[in-house]
Ligand binder design. Structure first.
Ligand code: FMN
Length: 158
């Protein structure tokens, strides 16, 4: 039970500043797919685990529920258009963005602040979302400044 309205809850959750990631994988036809996510969190150093949550209503829910591997592309300061693109219903998002293939054919977006290539370790129910825990199998860190999301707005570190 909660006496908080959905709007209050959104505002409260939105007051937690996060980075922005695009989680990518390939579908059963080998086509790259991706979704903008800010529910990413680090979990454990040993073993190296991270988590994120996907809406059960998302178009890519089935893909990520079944994916054995995925990549976390942590967006850099100038990649707001990429966040907007991968949060949209645009078809063929990858033709509008430069990218390359990493291990396990994982799609890696160019010029990100950092990338974590993961195998799916656990899947947990999380209300209207599913919680995915990934084991990091490779990191690519270029150290550039990250894009920040806070209160429903894109921001920069000062
Ligand atoms: C900044 C930002 C953060 C988001 N974070 C999440 C998230 O953590 N989990 C999620 O399922 N969707 C998240 N979304 C929404 C998805 O990117 C996507 O827009 C939504 O699932 C609708 O996709 P669909 O029309 O293909 O179903 C986020 C969107 C934005 C703009």
């Amino acid at each position: 039970m909660t006496n908080t309205t959905p709007k209050d809850l959104r505002n409260a959750f939105g007051n937690f500043a996060t980075g922005i990631t695009v989680i990518t994988s390939i579908d059963t036809k080998g086509k790259p797919q991706g979704i903008t996510i800010n529910s990413f969190s680090t979990v454990s150093l040993d073993p190296p685990l991270i988590s994120w949550c996907i809406d059960r209503e998302a178009t890519l829910f089935n893909l990520f529920q079944q994916a054995e591997h995925f990549a976390v592309n942590i967006l850099s300061i100038d990649q707001k258009p990429i966040s907007e693109l991968f949060a949209s219903s645009s078809l063929d998002k990858f033709s509008k963005q430069s990218w390359s293939s990493g291990i396990k054919s994982l799609p890696l977006l160019n010029n990100c602040a950092c990338q974590l290539l993961c195998s799916t370790e656990h899947r947990y129910p999380g209300g209207d979302h599913m919680i995915l825990v990934g084991r990091v199998i490779q990191t690519k860190n270029n150290g550039s400044s990250p894009l920040i999301y806070h209160g429903g707005k894109y921001k920069q570190l000062k």
